[in-house]
Design a protein around this ligand. Sequence first.
Ligand code: PHE
Length: 377
Amino acid sequence: MTIESLGSDALERITAAGDAAALEALRVEYLGKQGSVSALLKTLGKMSPEERQTEGPKIHALRQSVTDALAARKEAIDAAALEQKLASETLDLTLPAPERPRGSVHPVSQVMDELAEIFADLGFAVATGPEVEDDWHNFTALNMPESHPARAMHDTFYFPDSAADGHSASSSEAVGQKKRMLLRTHTSPVQIRTMVAEGAPVRIIAPGRVYRSDSDATHTPMFHQIEGLVVDKGIHLGHLKWTLETFLKAFFERDDIVLRLRPSYFPFTEPSVEVDVGWEDVGGRRVLGGDGDAPGHGWMELLGSGMVNRRVIEFAGLDPDEWQGFAFGVGVDRLAMLKYAMDDLRAFFDGDIRWLQHYGFSAFDQPTLSAGVGASA
Ligand code: PHE
């Protein structure tokens, strides 16, 4: 076979190669160690110089054209393979996403996020404490000694008696003192924990679960509170009232929220103030806003608060002549019910997917002050 016919034959077969495997077989046949083009190259050594002068360039040109043809064909085959893959693996982005169970954000979580957003804007940090608490933090340090009648105000879930074993022992606690463990009855022990751990000044909210042995249409054994605590120099009742007013206006997204402060009693605040908020009857539904004394209006008890009792400041290891504070505690579930018009507290904790679908929030509904903390359920 002449060099020319070998060349044209090779190019023809390479162009006709259908896939990568066939092409590889041709490469071996021509350019492999035993290949026909390689064999031609080997003949150059035995040629006379004159012969090599004429045959050499032809053979080298043959090798080059075969190499080029193989590369060109390989590119074409790869492109065709990719084209075919793209054509077979279609993804229609205009199709709706398949139906999948979708979670929603529970109203309690949503409201807690809203409160964190509102108070963050006022310079409050979020603090937490344990739900399994000892009676020192839950009662004693909050000015409720063993014999104090106020302990009976809470129907407490106690754990079976156990001696102090070093768990969460606080510096202000008598060493070796017996501690009764319980499920915290309010978020107020976080006041103590924060003051003990961080000293003063303090500006925190503490949201979380609390437990009382109580169960009927409006009480569940577990519910949620949010505690607020400010400790600084020269803090007075005016600061408390302004803070509550600002928070409630932002939370209910109404400027006409009117508060009524009533004297009350909590062992850990002095004076203690119960806060009512005015409501208005709108088509048989109580909507918060307006003066509760106006016709068609009324007052609703919303939260407990007061100036932090000197004794509590002392229990927490601070000097009450230097530091004063105010505190408040409010039910998160109740806030959620009032804001989002839900009437059955028990449904909050049933885990019924239909209720969650109806009252839950999208994870994209992040409360922000700029957009209004109220989400569209
Ligand atoms: N801890 C009180 C309760 O659960 C609420 C409260 C908190 C009152 C802080 C005053 C100050 O009822």
